[in-house]
Design a protein around this ligand. Structure first.
Ligand SMILES: *Cc1c(COP(=O)(O)O)cnc(C)c1O
Length: 399
């Protein structure tokens, strides 16, 4: 998909619009499958981007699906994932939501002792489960996206192993998988190896274990000089660790990963229009026809998105602060060098596939953007832009 294709989409479907390149998703998936041994499986973390067409496309590649809510499970089933290819990994849900997932016969991952106990008391060994462990490895890009540290709400602490064992013993729980997910944007493959070693130690305590789920946190590059998690090296190291473990213990596990961002992040291009160029005493603002209600990552956790001016690629480079139209601080980028931006130029935010549209809202009563999937050389509209009436949907006018 070229910049020309993107401009054509902007003109045909208007802006703001999210565009996803199917080819890029496929290449990322193949990068993973070719880096790891065949008994490694990849479960796409649906929460990064759940458009039903994206789910169907990823299903067609052969991946599984990691879901954090019962509705993601339902979307996955609708998209064609069979129940054995779906893992439900919720956090702070009640037993009822877990029971709904049982009815759909998907793999279930339990992440606190309270639910583990309730589940065990009611279902014993009749339904195998995963347990989410918090290994207390501090990993990932920043505190807000790190989930494995000591005061994280995720998982059951490894220090509570005795307690887990007591519940298992008293309720006959059948634990078929152990899971950990320590954060996002982990560059260093050794963090995963460290996690795997902890899994191996824990494995002795779970006689029915079949699966070790290492979660995700694979990093993607956002700006020049950024690195992607080296999955080739990771694949080799993991393979070595697994076979050493097998030699030592005679035990063999299937390894799972749950990439979200790694699969869809780079596939996404968010197209917007420059509405206003505003020179103040110290700054040149480029005000666009979007805001953090469409792409919250920069305001939410200081993420960097590369921005380019597609309409004036040869224009002189100038420095802009790119801001949105929301009535709150709404800055996408400070002091960013762009080819001269004229009002009505089309700009693109790169690497916007993951947690972009998915975290969008109607704040300021603005409409959510459209979504386009570029597949086999053709652009397909896969979500209409919101319309005014969408703002009133579900409201009950009593006055
Ligand atoms: C968010 C999440 C992922 C995906 O993380 P990425 O950084 O997008 O790859 C995987 N597993 C679980 C349990 C998650 O919550």
């Amino acid at each position: 998909m070229t910049n020309k294709d993107l401009l054509k989409i902007a003109h045909q479907h208007g802006t703001p619009v999210y565009v996803y390149d199917a080819e890029s998703i496929r290449l990322q998936y193949e990068k993973l499958t070719s880096s790891f041994h065949s008994h490694t499986r990849f479960f796409y973390a649906a929460k990064a981007l759940t458009n039903i067409n994206i789910l169907k496309y990823i299903e067609s590649l052969g991946a599984g699906l990691d879901c954090v809510s019962i509705n993601e499970v339902r979307l996955g089933l609708r998209a064609g994932f069979t129940n054995d290819r779906i893992l439900f990994t919720p956090n702070c849900v009640d037993l009822k939501e877990i029971e709904d997932a049982m009815e759909l016969k998907v793999h279930i991952n339990i992440d606190n002792i309270s639910i583990l106990e309730q589940f065990g008391n009611r279902y014993g060994s009749s339904y195998p489960i995963f347990i989410r462990i918090n290994p207390h490895i501090y990993a990932g890009g920043n505190h807000k996206i790190s989930t494995g540290h000591i005061d994280s709400k995720f998982g059951i602490s490894i220090h509570q192993l005795r307690h887990i064992e007591r519940v298992m013993k008293s309720t006959n729980l059948l634990v078929e998988g152990l899971h950990m997910h320590t954060g996002s944007e982990i560059k260093d493959p050794d963090v995963f190896l460290q996690g795997l070693e902890i899994m191996f130690e824990l494995a002795e305590h779970f006689p029915d274990l079949k699966y070790l789920d290492m979660g995700s946190g694979f990093k993607i590059p956002y700006q020049e000089g950024d690195l992607e998690t080296d999955v080739k090296t990771l694949g080799k190291k993991v393979e070595k660790a697994l076979s050493a473990y097998q030699k030592e213990t005679g035990k063999k596990f299937q390894l799972w990963f749950e990439p979200g961002k790694f699969l869809v992040g780079n596939s996404g291009h968010f197209l917007v229009k420059a509405n206003v160029i505003k020179q103040t005493t110290a700054t040149v603002f480029c005000g666009i026809n979007s805001g953090f209600n469409h792409l919250i990552r920069p305001m939410f956790y200081d993420s960097y998105h590369l921005i380019e001016n597609l309409s004036n690629p040869r224009g002189a480079q100038r420095i802009y602060t790119v801001v949105g139209n929301i009535c709150e601080t709404d800055t996408f980028a400070w002091d960013r060098k762009l080819n001269e931006v004229r009002e009505s130029d089309v700009l693109v935010f790169r690497n916007a596939g993951a947690y972009g549209f998915e975290m969008s809202s109607n704040f300021n009563s603005r409409l959510k953007p459209a979504e386009v999937l570029f597949l086999d050389g053709k652009a397909h509209l896969i979500r209409k832009r919101d319309e005014f009436e969408d703002l009133l949907r579900n409201q009950i006018e009593i006055l």
